[in-house]
Design a protein around this ligand. Structure first.
Ligand SMILES: [Fe+2]
Ligand SMILES: [Fe+2]
Length: 472
C-alpha cells in the first residue's frame, strides 16, 4: 500500500486531526532543521537513490526511488500489533500491555523517549560534512540513507511525544530540534553524540559501534510494556540493521584494501606511504568508538535501570530467551573497584541491567570483529583486530575516574597521559585521514584508494550506477 499522504503512516493519522495538525505544525521546523543541520551541499541540486518506508510489510518498507533529500517522505510506522500482548518481565508481568502512559511512569517514559529521540538528529548533525569527502557515490548514497532514516527515527519518537505525553511532549519535540551536536550551550544529551565525525573511518566505526548501541537500546525498548513504544522501536530495528551493515562492510572494505596495500608495500605495514589506512590506525578507531559506545549503556550499578526493569519500561535484549523474568532474587557477577582494587562481586541483577545489556552488546560487537579478522586471515596476515577491555577509556561508570590500557591493566595518570595516543587517534592520525579523503570521489564506479569496492551494488544495481545524481 503506497500512501499518498503528506506524512506516510500506518497510525491512522488522517482520522486523528489533532495529532495530524500537531505534526504538520512540527514538520516545517523539522525541514528547516534538516536544511540547516543535515547533509551540507546536498540539499537542492542532488537526487539520491534511497529506500523509503511506505508501509511495514516486506514489500513496502523497501521502496527505492530517486529523491531530493529535503523532499524525502519521513513517515510514522509501527510494527504490527501482537494479539493479546502481555507484559513480559518485572513487577507487572502477565498483565495486559499499556496502550496509554500510566501517570506514575510518565516522567520515566518521557525521559526514555527523549533520550532515544535526541540521538537520532544528533548523528545527522555529526555526519553533515562527510558528503564532501566521500570515497564513492555508493558510499555517499549509503550515508544519506542512514541520515534520512535517523531523521525518520526522530519522527518516530516525536510521534510518541505528541501522542502520549501532552504539553510536555510537544515541548520536548521542539527541543529535539534545538539542541545541537557539539554545541557548547545546548549540546546533545549523550557524549558520544557530541563527538565530531569528520572522516569516513569515524563514520564507519560510528555506524558499526554506536548504531549498535542504538540496537541495544531499541531491543530493550521493544520489550516495553508501553505497547506503542514497543511497536515503534520494533520497526526502527529493521532500519537499524542497514546502518550496522554500512559500518561493518565499510571497515571490511578498508581492511581488504589495506591488506592489498600491505602486500604492495612489501609486507612492511607502511601503507600510509601508499595512501592507505594502516592496521594500527584502524585499531585506534575501534578503541575509541567501542569505548564511547560502551558508555552509552550507562552505569554498571544503577537504581534507574532497576526501576525501569521493575516497572516494565525497559527489558533485556531478547527477554524471552531468559528463564527468570521477575529477577527478584538473581545475582549478577561483575568486576568492581573496592578500596582501589579490582574484585569480583555479586550484586542484585536488577541493579545490573545496564551491564546485562552491555554484555549483549559486547558479544554482538565481537562477532563483527571476528568477521573482520577473517579478512586478515584470508590475505595471509597474522595481525588481528580486537575489542579493548571494557574498562579502557571509559567516561561513565565506576572506571571513568581511573585509567586502563586496552588489556585492562590499570595505569597511573602519568602513564595514561604519556601513552594514550598509542591507543587512541591523535591529531596527526586525523590529519593524515583528512589528507587522503580531501578529494571526494563523485565519478560513478570509482572508489577512493583506501577502500575496496563493495561486493555488490544497491538493490541489484551495478557498482557504476549513479547512486547520487545532479539534476540535468
Ligand atoms: Fe536511529
Ligand atoms: Fe542508526
Amino acid at each position: 500500500m503506497i500512501s499518498a499522504e503528506r506524512i506516510p503512516n500506518n497510525v491512522g493519522l488522517s482520522s486523528n486531526k489533532r495529532l495530524q495538525r500537531a505534526l504538520e505544525h512540527w514538520q516545517p521546523k523539522y525541514i528547516q532543521w534538516w536544511r540547516d543541520m543535515g547533509p551540507q551541499g546536498f540539499q537542492d541540486y542532488h537526487q539520491v537513490y534511497v529506500r523509503t518506508a511506505v508501509s511495514v510489510d516486506p514489500s513496502g518498507w523497501a521502496h527505492f526511488e530517486y529523491v531530493k533529500l529535503p523532499e524525502y517522505r519521513w513517515g510514522i510506522f509501527l510494527a504490527d500489533p501482537v494479539h493479546d500482548r502481555r507484559i513480559g518481565f518485572g513487577d507487572f508481568m502477565g498483565q495486559p500491555v499499556w496502550q496509554e502512559v500510566p501517570g506514575e511512569f510518565r516522567n520515566q517514559l518521557r525521559r526514555l523517549v527523549v533520550t532515544q529521540g535526541d540521538t537520532e538528529p544528533a548523528s545527522v548533525e555529526q555526519q553533515r560534512w562527510l558528503g564532501q569527502r566521500c570515497p564513492s557515490l555508493y558510499d555517499l548514497r549509503n550515508l544519506f540513507q542512514v541520515n534520512v532514516e535517523e531523521g525518520r527515527h526522530l519522527w518516530a519518537m516525536v510521534y510518541l511525544l505528541h501522542s502520549y505525553f501532552g504539553r510536555d511532549g510537544r515541548d520536548e519535540a521542539e527541543e529535539l530540534l534545538e539542541r545541537q551536536s557539539g554545541n557548547r550551550d545546548k549540546p546533545r544529551i549523550l557524549d558520544a553524540f557530541n563527538e565530531p565525525i569528520e572522516n569516513w573511518l569515524d563514520f564507519f566505526m560510528f555506524t558499526m559501534f554506536t548504531d549498535r548501541d542504538g540496537k541495544s537500546q531499541l531491543l530493550s525498548l521493544s520489550e516495553s510494556s508501553l505497547d506503542p513504544l514497543s511497536r515503534t522501536t520494533r520497526f526502527m530495528l529493521t532500519e537499524e540493521a542497514h546502518h550496522m551493515f554500512v559500518g561493518e562492510t565499510g571497515i571490511a572494505r578498508i581492511l581488504d584494501r589495506t591488506c592489498q596495500l600491505m602486500k604492495q608495500a612489501g609486507f612492511s605495514g607502511e601503507v600510509r606511504r601508499l595512501g592507505g589506512i594502516d592496521l594500527p590506525m584502524i585499531q585506534k578507531f575501534i578503541n575509541l568508538w567501542f569505548s564511547l559506545s560502551l558508555d552509552l549503556h550507562g552505569n554498571e550499578v544503577s537504581t534507574n535501570a532497576a526501576s525501569y526493569f521493575a516497572n516494565g519500561l525497559k527489558g533485556r535484549a531478547f527477554e524471552e530467551k531468559w528463564d527468570d523474568h521477575a529477577v527478584t532474587e538473581a545475582l549478577y557477577e561483575l568486576e568492581m573497584m573496592r578500596e582501589g582494587r579490582l574484585e569480583r562481586a555479586h550484586i542484585p541483577m536488577r541493579t545490573a541491567m545496564n551491564e546485562v545489556l552491555r554484555d549483549w552488546y559486547v558479544g554482538d560487537c565481537q562477532h563483527g570483529v571476528t568477521r573482520w579478522n577473517k579478512i586478515l586471515e584470508r590475505h595471509g596476515f597474522s595481525d588481528r583486530l580486537r575489542l579493548p577491555d571494557r574498562k579502557f577509556n571509559r567516561g561513565i561508570g565506576m572506571f571513568s575516574s581511573l585509567h586502563f590500557d586496552p588489556e585492562g591493566h590499570q595505569l597511573t595518570d602519568a602513564d595514561w597521559e604519556r601513552r594514550r595516543y598509542e591507543w587512541l587517534p591523535s591529531e596527526l592520525d586525523r590529519e593524515f585521514l583528512l589528507s587522503i579523503m580531501a578529494e571526494p570521489v563523485y565519478e560513478p564506479g570509482k572508489f577512493a584508494n583506501y577502500i575496496a569496492p563493495p561486493q555488490r551494488g544497491i538493490k541489484g544495481a551495478p557498482l557504476n550506477f549513479e547512486y547520487v545524481r545532479t539534476e540535468a
